[in-house]
Write a new protein. Sequence first.
Length: 268
Amino acid sequence: MIHPTAVVDPSAQLGARVHIGPFCSVGPSAVLDDGVDLVSHVIIDGHTTIGAGTKVFPFATIGMAPQDLKYRGEDTETIIGARCTIREHATINRGTKPGGGITRVGDDCLIMTAGHVAHDCQIGNGVIIVNNVVMGGHVEIGDGAIIGGAAAVHQFVRIGRGAMIGGMSGVEADVIPFGMIIGNRARLAGLNIIGLRRRNIDHATIHHMRATFNALFRDCTHPFHDRLTTLQAQTHDPYTTEILAFAAHPGKRGLIRTTTTAADDTEG
């Protein structure tokens, strides 16, 4: 199942039912698990592992050297999970030693056309990265998050699970789990209500999450830390607790706190 025009190094490890289409290039340290499908013109370089059932479309590159001037050819990795779809012209760069050495994409992810996953990024399971999304190094994206088309995510930013980033948003700081972000310089528009419904979260829990969100981000009568501490003492459901715990420990880029109007996340 290897096209005669493909170049596959004899040292590459290929599972059962692997398909390597025309003009693909697979390097010596690649591991392609069962059922991987490289449609055509795909480049797999470096120490790269691609999980079972993943399909990669033409002109995508996986495991190429990072776009980091400090990189000097160190032996680092790229790990792609199972059942992912990686569309045309997507680029996923391998890690750097200072960043932990691994760029990782979880299971069941969709990376659309021209999406860029930079060195040392950690992408969770079920993440959707829409066309032309770009991200800097060391970005972390939680399970089930959706990154809208042409969004730009600054290096070291953390995006919590279930969050939704609006198209063309510039994300410069951390985004809470289940948050919804819009704006050229991203603002916190509310909670990702549609995403919560899709997870079959009950109405009472969503109502409590929205009340907590408003108290934390929109009620400015007390300092942010005081509001956060009070809400943590009052909250017991796991989803709201996750949001508050995330907000209590921001990463290197801080936390997005600036919000739009209270009507933006209404349940309609």
